[in-house]
Design a binder for this molecule. Structure first.
Ligand SMILES: [Fe+2]
Length: 278
């Protein structure tokens, strides 16, 4: 990854008919896309520009100076219409089985999206089937201090490990040993998923879901996982503070991992997971 492409929108957007969160997905994405191309062709073409970057070589973009209505439902509707214009051939994957968007905010929870602590590089939805390649984080409210999101390219960590004997041995384990993960209860009944960290050229890394107490995680396997985690911490980071009216989108199936610095004060991001329509 050479960085996060930055795209700036300019233009006025007339208000769209606002719908509540539960009604957003009642209409097909192509309907929303068509509506946006009629109501606001400039925002529709900006969505095409963002799509080209996301699905092209870069794989990550921050979109700035988007309209930022004060009313939450209006803002969410606009974000939804924009996403549909950008990815009409994708579907929104719900994290909790109902809401299409997940509110990333500090609720004192144990998972990264529900607290304000430092979150190391990881991927979302690693235990989901089918896979969730694309993630969008839309800024609604930025923290008073901290909370920058960062992206790293895990392929760089793999390349580094390939250059040493110890690293090669670790990669062998990461590619071949099914690691027990505890699927979080927010995604349905809690259960264990066994999968290697490296699978078919893809990185699946969510360290906080690994069942570190499991007998499967022997000392040798633990040190391979620790070595990978340390390698990720040493990678160059591309940091973005997602302000209101901004969206960070990236393709995690390219090996892009994300994390977040600790923050203070209220912060709200709307997270979207996208999977291609089969
Ligand atoms: Fe995450």
């Amino acid at each position: 990854m050479n960085g996060i492409a930055q795209l700036y929108f300019s233009g006025q957007v007339p208000p769209l008919p606002t719908v509540s969160e539960s009604d957003l997905t009642e209409r097909a994405p192509t309907d929303w896309a068509n509506q946006l191309s009629t109501v606001c062709p400039t925002l529709h073409s900006f969505a095409q520009e963002a799509r080209a970057v996301l699905l092209g070589t870069s794989g990550a973009a921050v979109l700035r100076e988007l309209p930022c209505p004060a009313d939450f439902d209006e803002h969410q509707t606009l974000i939804h219409a924009f996403y549909c214009a950008m990815l009409p051939d994708h579907t929104l994957v719900s994290a909790n089985g109902s809401s299409p968007y997940w509110k990333v905010t500090d609720r004192g929870g144990t998972t990264f999206s529900l607290n304000n602590t430092y979150s190391p590089a990881h991927q979302d939805a690693v235990t989901h089937d089918p896979r969730v390649p694309i993630i969008g984080l839309a800024g609604i409210q930025a923290a008073a201090r901290g909370g920058e999101t960062f992206l790293v390219d895990a392929n760089e960590a793999v390349e580094r490990l390939e250059s040493s004997k110890q690293g090669k041995e670790a990669l062998e384990i990461l590619a071949n040993v099914p690691i027990p993960h505890l699927r979080h209860s927010a995604f349905g009944a809690a259960h264990r998923v066994l999968q290697p960290v490296l699978r078919n050229g893809h990185v699946l890394w969510r360290p906080d879901l690994i069942d570190w107490q499991s007998d499967v995680v022997s000392a040798e396997i633990r040190s391979a996982l620790d070595l990978f985690a340390r390698s990720l911490e040493e990678l160059r980071r591309f940091e973005v503070r997602i302000e209101p009216g901004e969206i960070l989108i990236w393709n995690q199936s390219r090996g892009l991992l994300h994390g977040r610095y600790a923050y203070y004060g209220s912060r709200l991001l709307l997270r979207a997971w996208f999977a291609p329509v089969e």
